[in-house]
Design a protein around this ligand. Structure first.
Ligand SMILES: O=C(O)CCC(=O)C(=O)O
Ligand SMILES: [Fe+2]
Length: 362
């Protein structure tokens, strides 16, 4: 049988051998040469009747995508689960409102993040990312699209895991640790609620992800992100975060309201159409990762996305909520049958995530 290791446009890659798992994201994941791509996306946007605003970075952009907003406080849980299913099938992205993350906590989180990234490089590098994948990553050290012609993405970031963290000095950052730990636990709880809706949307028990152990010491990482405002001439066409899909179950994203995030709903369509994901006050952005795409046999989309430079500094914070590393991700029975057999072999979550991460930092 030909297994697909990385999904592409929800079709299996025929005759792909298992060793391909060790390769970085293949080049068809959003890697058209930048000029050609700009022309193509402009043409597609024009054809679709979208306006083409020219950003300070002189990048042409398509229109905005109209993603659904799921109310997490809705008493009609069935309707919320149905809305989640529709969003995951059609877009792989949606917003959640009434999520319960306090505005004051978000304000404190962004203030701490700004203060950390505003330090001189020396202070940040003292907490450089370690082998446990915690800490600071400078600009250019990470390349989310392996096919990008640039050395690396423009962003800098800081990873905070469930434990074993590296913290800035308490003297300089007295409330940093408490703020980060509170944000970690708060968004983890929101993520668990979203996963319970996702389980219901797949006609599984609401507690499914708990029951199979995926949420027993899950691999949950908060990542603070900072994108520069001004970019050097040599970085013209480079991305804040180059095209990628997220690796795990779900991602919850808070932004400071600055635009830049774009999604491409049809990975293999040419020309690719990139659409802006506008900020909506009071909401978090949620997207599906590759492991959930595998679990659902590509019923749910792990959608390609990127962050373009918009000539303005940008801060965002992601929570990557991934399963316990020992969980084996195997196609749900409800998502396959004889006519639609599993497209991926079962895989241990930790093995999959480790390979994807190591490809990102080569
Ligand atoms: O900053 C953003 O808006 C997106 C970040 C992202 O896609 C990621 O870190 O995986
Ligand atoms: Fe992402």
């Amino acid at each position: 049988m030909g297994w697909a290791i990385f999904s592409t446009n929800h079709q299996p890659i025929k005759n792909q051998e298992l060793q391909c798992f060790l390769q970085p994201i293949p080049s068809h994941r959003g890697s058209a040469p930048r000029d050609e791509e700009a022309v193509r996306s402009a043409a597609a946007a024009a054809a679709a009747g979208h306006p083409l605003p020219i950003t300070p970075g002189r990048r042409k952009m398509a229109g905005s995508v109209d993603l659904p907003v799921v109310d997490l406080a809705s008493p009609d849980v069935r309707a919320a689960a149905d809305a989640v299913r529709k969003a995951c099938v059609e877009h792989g992205f949606f917003y959640v409102s009434n999520h319960g993350v306090d505005g004051a906590l978000l304000e404190a989180l962004f203030a701490e993040s700004r203060r950390f990234f505003q330090q001189p490089m020396e202070g940040k590098m003292a907490l450089q990312r370690d082998s446990n994948h915690r800490g600071y990553t400078p600009p250019y050290a990470e390349k989310l699209d392996a096919a990008s012609e640039f050395t690396g993405d423009l962003k800098e970031s800081f990873y905070i895991g469930p434990d074993l963290n590296r913290w800035p000095s308490e003297e300089l950052f007295p409330s940093w640790k408490d703020t980060m730990e509170l944000y970690h636990s708060t968004t983890l709880a929101v993520g668990e609620r979203i996963l319970s809706l996702i389980a219901l949307s797949l006609d599984l028990d609401a507690e499914f992800f708990h029951k199979v152990g995926a949420l027993n010491c899950p691999s949950a990482f908060v990542r603070l992100l900072h994108y520069p405002g001004e970019v050097n001439e040599s970085d013209r066409g480079n991305y804040g975060a180059s095209a990628h899909s997220d690796y795990g179950m779900i991602t919850l994203l808070a932004t400071d309201g600055t635009p830049g995030l774009q999604i491409c709903r049809e990975k293999d369509r040419h020309p690719q159409l990139w659409e802006d994901v506008p900020h909506i006050d009071g909401t978090l952005i949620v997207n599906i990762g590759d492991l959930l795409e595998r679990w659902t046999n590509c019923l749910f989309r792990s959608t390609l996305h990127r962050v373009v430079a918009v000539g303005k500094e940008r801060y965002s914070v992601a929570l990557f909520l991934d399963p316990n590393p020992d969980i084996v991700v195997r196609c749900f029975e409800s998502c396959c049958n004889e006519a639609n057999p599993p497209r991926f072999p079962p895989i241990k979550s930790g093995d999959y995530l480790k390979e994807r991460l190591s490809a990102t930092y080569k």
